[in-house]
Design a binder for this molecule. Structure first.
Ligand SMILES: NC(=O)c1ccc[n+]([C@@H]2O[C@H](COP(=O)([O-])OP(=O)(O)OC[C@H]3O[C@@H](n4cnc5c(N)ncnc54)[C@H](OP(=O)(O)O)[C@@H]3O)[C@@H](O)[C@H]2O)c1
Length: 312
């Protein structure tokens, strides 16, 4: 199990700085060895948090960060121009306080730049010893193939959960064919799959307010399915969120989910899901109780707000 750090700097409302550093350390204490961050999260804030948290513990952790989304005073944009990749990498190394990034992702493909050129610039970072492995985030099968023609791809990150299963049709097989590890982001369905969504309207800055799966009608239907998951989780003696994470882990030894939380107890709860092995009967019960086609709402509804390609 990995730990996704994004929510400590953006997307789900405010977070306390010292508590965030402590949350990351709690994840390490609980056996998590993969930390997921990005240069865009909080405009550099998140990488600095990770840097503070891993100071003195560098050898315990695989540091994964990303470039390609630029979050600045004038909003959010994409930039993966080969001339600027090395500069982005140097800035991330500095914020993280490390000599080398273990896994460096292209966060989003830049439509203005040939993908092979971006990957070529990333490969140069591996040669220079600044990066150990390359990853891709939110890519198509064709983009996976184009990238791996330039340099081996160690990991592909994409949204995947019990409630968002489209990638099983294309990205999952393509990433496996490329020999890449699978890193499902938002593995708890952005909180939906925990059965513990905050009551009332989302806090200012919570990006679920613009997500079609959380629109009132869709949410009502989806919560009916979550209630089924909670029933199964209760029978197994685990939490609903742990069940969702264990389901992902059961998809293969190459799957490393990266749940995120600002809450200490939840860090430990989520990490403990790595120890839950679901039996075939449990997986069958899950498939029957919450089938793929029953979930309502499209994450692409973000497009209406112009943020699809830049979320997360
Ligand atoms: N590559 C990309 O484009 C991309 C996009 C999105 C995310 N990501 C990565 O994936 C990571 C995880 O995704 P995510 O944070 O969007 O979604 P997530 O892990 O599916 O869900 C996070 C939400 O669930 C809540 N939560 C977490 N554990 C819980 C528990 N045990 N019980 C109840 N509620 C719980 C959190 O609230 P609290 O904080 O209040 O606990 C938060 O609102 C991010 O941190 C980021 O590193 C990558």
């Amino acid at each position: 199990m990995g730990f996704g750090c994004m929510g400590l700097s953006q997307a789900y409302g405010p977070a306390d700085e010292d508590a965030s550093v402590a949350a990351i350390r709690t994840a390490l204490d609980a056996g998590v060895t993969l930390l997921d961050t990005a240069m865009s999260y909080g405009g550099g804030h998140n990488e600095r948090l990770v840097g503070r948290a891993i100071a003195g513990r560098r050898d315990e952790v695989v540091v994964a960060t990303k470039f390609g989304i630029v979050r600045g005073d004038r909003g959010v944009s994409l930039d993966a121009h080969p001339d600027r990749v090395a500069g982005y990498c140097d800035a991330s190394l500095k914020r993280l306080g490390v000599d080398v990034i273990d896994l460096y992702y292209l966060h989003r493909v830049d439509p203005e730049v040939p993908l092979a050129d971006t990957i070529g610039a990333m490969a140069a970072l591996v040669e220079a010893g600044k990066v150990r492995h390359l990853g891709l985030s939110e890519v198509s099968p064709a983009q996976i193939d184009a990238a791996r023609a330039v340099h081996p791809i160690a990991a592909v990150e994409f949204e995947w959960s019990l409630s968002w299963r489209e990638p099983e049709d294309d990205v999952v097989p393509a990433a496996r064919a490329a020999g890449a590890g699978l890193v499902p982001y938002s593995p708890l369905g952005r909180g939906l799959l925990t059965g513990k969504l905050p009551a009332g309207p989302f806090a200012p800055g919570d990006f679920r307010a613009a997500d079609g799966r959380f629109a009132p009608d869709a949410l009502d239907r989806n919560l009916t399915l979550v209630a089924e998951l909670t029933r199964i989780a209760g029978r197994l003696g685990v939490t609903t969120g742990q069940l969702a994470l264990a389901w992902l882990l059961a998809r293969g030894p190459d799957v490393v989910p990266i749940p995120g939380t600002r809450n200490h107890a939840r860090v430990t709860e989520n990490a403990a899901a790595a120890g839950i092995a679901l039996a075939e009967d449990d997986l069958t019960a899950l498939a029957a109780a919450a089938p793929r086609e029953a979930w309502t709402g499209d994450r692409r509804s973000f497009a209406a707000h112009g943020t699809t390609r830049t979320t997360g």
